[in-house]
Design a protein around this ligand. Structure first.
Ligand code: TYM
Length: 335
C-alpha cells in the first residue's frame, strides 16, 4: 500500500454555527496548508450526534460547514471535502479502535469531563468513545498531519497512542504516528465575555462569540461589548499575558490581520480600548463579511455543495476502503 508523506485530515462538527475560534484556530490554517499537503477535510456529523442534534437542521448545518470551507478559500477541486457519515469505513475502524484503546486512556480525556460535567452517568456512550472515532477519521486515510486548535491536542495524543499500540500489538507499520499542527497565535480563541473561557458553540451567551453567519452590525456590537479591564492597552507581551481579555482581543487582531502580536502592541500599546476596539471591529468585518456573503451564496446553491460532497465521498472511499481491508486482514478476520 502506498504510504503518503504529507497528507492532512481534519474535521469540523456541524453542531452549531461556526465561530471565530473555528475559523482562526482551524479553517484559516487549512486554507494555507492546502498548497503544501494533500488534504481531506471532513464534516464530522457522527461526532456531532454524540450530543442531541435536531434532525430538521442537521443536513443544513452539514452543508453550512462545507460552504464555510469553500467560502474561506479551500479549493474544492484540489481538496477532498466530504461528510463523515457517508464514509462507512470511519465507524468500522472506530469499532476496531475501541478494542485497542484502554478505558484508562479515555478516562483521562479532559474534554469528556468538561462536556459531561456532573452528568456523566447520563451522557451518550458515543461522547465517551468520541476520541476513538477521531483516531479512525485520521488513520483511515493514513494521514500524517492534523491541523487543529489547541483544545484537540489531547485527542491527538490518544490517536498517536492508538496507532502505536495497534502497530505494536500486530507487529505492523500500517498506521503512521500523525503529527498535530497547532499553528499561529490563535490556537485558543477565548470567549468575548470571559477571557478565561474558550470561545465555544455551547456557551449560552451569543455575545461570547462571533459567528461566521453574523452581520457586520452584530460583529461591531459584540466587539464593542467585549469584556475588557479598565486600563489602557499594555505595550509589551509580558504585561499582556497578565491581562486575559486584552490578550484575547489582541490575538484576534493579529490573527485576522496576519501580523505578529508585537506589531499590534507597537500600534496600540498605551492606547484606550475604545479606539482599538473600533479598529478591531472594522478589521473583523472586512475579513469576515466576504466569507459570510460567499457562504450565503453557496447555501443557495445546494446542488453545487452536494456535488462537491459527492466527489469528496468518492475520493475518500477510494483511500479508506483498502486501509480498512488491510486492517481487517492484519487482525485476522475472514475476508
Ligand atoms: P470542533 O468542531 O469543535 O472545532 C473545529 C476546529 O476548531 C477548533 N476550535 C478552536 N480553535 C481555537 N480557538 C477556539 N476557541 C476553538 N474552538 C474550536 C478545534 O480545535 C477544531 O480544530 N473533535 C473535533 C472534530 C474532529 C476532528 C477529527 C479534528 C473530529 N475528527 C479528526 C481533527 C481530526 C472538534 O470537536 O472540532
Amino acid at each position: 500500500m502506498e504510504k503518503p508523506t504529507k497528507r492532512i485530515l481534519s474535521g469540523v462538527q456541524p453542531s452549531g454555527d461556526l465561530h471565530l475560534g473555528n475559523y482562526l484556530g482551524a479553517i484559516k490554517n487549512f486554507v494555507s496548508l492546502q498548497k503544501e499537503y494533500e488534504c481531506f477535510f471532513c464534516v464530522v456529523d457522527l461526532h456531532a450526534i454524540t450530543v442531541w442534534q435536531d434532525p430538521k437542521v442537521l443536513a443544513n448545518k452539514t452543508r453550512e460547514v462545507t460552504a464555510a470551507f469553500i467560502a474561506s478559500g479551500i479549493d474544492p477541486k484540489k481538496n477532498n471535502i466530504f461528510v463523515q457519515s457517508q464514509i462507512p469505513q470511519h465507524a468500522q475502524l472506530a469499532w476496531l479502535f475501541n478494542c485497542i484503546a484502554r478505558m484508562g486512556w479515555l478516562n483521562r480525556m479532559t474534554q469528556f469531563k468538561d462536556k459531561a460535567g456532573k452528568n456523566s452517568e447520563n451522557v451518550s456512550v458515543g461522547l465517551f468513545s468520541y476520541p476513538t472515532l477521531m483516531a479512525a477519521d485520521i488513520l483511515i486515510y493514513l494521514a500524517t498531519h492534523v491541523p487543529v486548535g489547541e483544545d484537540q491536542k489531547q485527542h491527538l495524543e490518544l490517536t498517536r497512542d492508538i496507532a502505536q499500540k495497534f502497530n505494536n500489538d500486530f507487529e505492523t507499520d500500517l498506521f503512521p504516528i500523525p503529527e498535530p499542527l497547532i499553528l499561529g497565535d490563535a490556537k485558543r480563541v477565548m470567549s468575548l465575555r470571559d477571557g478565561s473561557k474558550k470561545m465555544s458553540k455551547s456557551d449560552p451567551s451569543d455575545y461570547s462569540r462571533i459567528m461566521l453567519t453574523d452581520s457586520a452590525e452584530n460583529i461591531i456590537q459584540k466587539i464593542k461589548k467585549a469584556k475588557t479591564d479598565p486600563y489602557p492597552l499594555p505595550d509589551n507581551i509580558n504585561d499582556l499575558k497578565l491581562r486575559p481579555e486584552a490578550l484575547n482581543l489582541i490575538t484576534i487582531f493579529s490573527a485576522l490581520e496576519s501580523i505578529s502580536i508585537d506589531k499590534v502592541l507597537q500600534n496600540y500599546g498605551a492606547k484606550e480600548f475604545s479606539s482599538f476596539k473600533k479598529d478591531l471591529a472594522d478589521l473583523a468585518v472586512s475579513k469576515l463579511e466576504p466569507i459570510t456573503s460567499e457562504m450565503n451564496k453557496l447555501m443557495n446553491d445546494t446542488p453545487f455543495i452536494d456535488d462537491v460532497l459527492q466527489s469528496g465521498k468518492n475520493n475518500a472511499i477510494a483511500v479508506a476502503e483498502p486501509v480498512l481491508r488491510k486492517t481487517k486482514e492484519i487482525i485476522g478476520f475472514l475476508s
